[in-house]
Design a protein around this ligand. Structure first.
Ligand SMILES: [Fe+2]
Ligand SMILES: [Fe+2]
Length: 189
């Protein structure tokens, strides 16, 4: 689904910053899918139902892990460096954390409407309008947010974090996904 011929292969746990950017592609993919469904459907056909379930599950399960990768593993490591070259990044990181909060609220609203849609097999005009408004809000948040992370925060982290810090970041991300130390070790070699 995400593999394109000639495209750069996805990163593994030995390239945790690349993995974070790969996650952004998935966020964009599933958000686009939700927008498409909200515009196309009121009664879900089987394919739309599967797509809605998948997108909701992604944002319920994988999305929070990505946020935790940033808020609990990446940002604290950058803050701990107390490096003046990071002063601008520290301001951006605070804004990114505020975005995460706003996005989480919008995701919760989308999830509640989506779950109801699946259960009722139809969505009324009022709920559809609320869904579109929340998705519009998410699209606006992510357009700026992902660009700041991809073009400013991750390259800065790639340049300034030590190899040990990056390895530890990859290990924490793997552990967060329930992967064993052996798999992580294999990826790191
Ligand atoms: Fe983020
Ligand atoms: Fe991110």
């Amino acid at each position: 689904m995400f593999t394109q011929i000639g495209a750069k292969p996805e990163s593994d746990f030995s390239e945790p910053l690349g993995m974070l950017s790969d996650c952004h592609k998935r966020i964009q993919y599933f958000l686009r899918d939700l927008v498409r469904l909200s515009e196309e459907a009121t009664q879900l056909d089987p394919a739309q139902r599967v797509a809605l379930e998948r997108a909701l599950r992604y944002f319920r399960e994988s999305g929070p892990r990505h946020t935790a990768d940033e808020e609990e593993s990446l940002f604290p490591r950058l803050r701990a460096m107390k490096d003046e070259r990071l002063n601008e990044a520290f301001v951006k990181i605070e804004e990114l954390e505020a975005d995460h909060k706003r996005a989480n609220e919008a995701h919760s609203a989308v999830d509640a409407i989506g779950v109801r849609w699946l259960a009722d097999k139809a969505i009324d005009a009022e709920a559809a309008a609320r869904l579109k408004a929340q998705l519009q809000k998410l699209s606006e948040i992510y357009e700026h947010h992902l660009a700041v992370e991809d073009s400013e925060i991750f390259p800065t982290a790639a340049a300034l974090l030590s190899a040990d810090d990056k390895a530890e970041l990859g290990r924490e991300m793997a552990t967060r996904r329930g992967l064993s130390a052996d798999i992580v070790k294999a990826a790191l070699h």
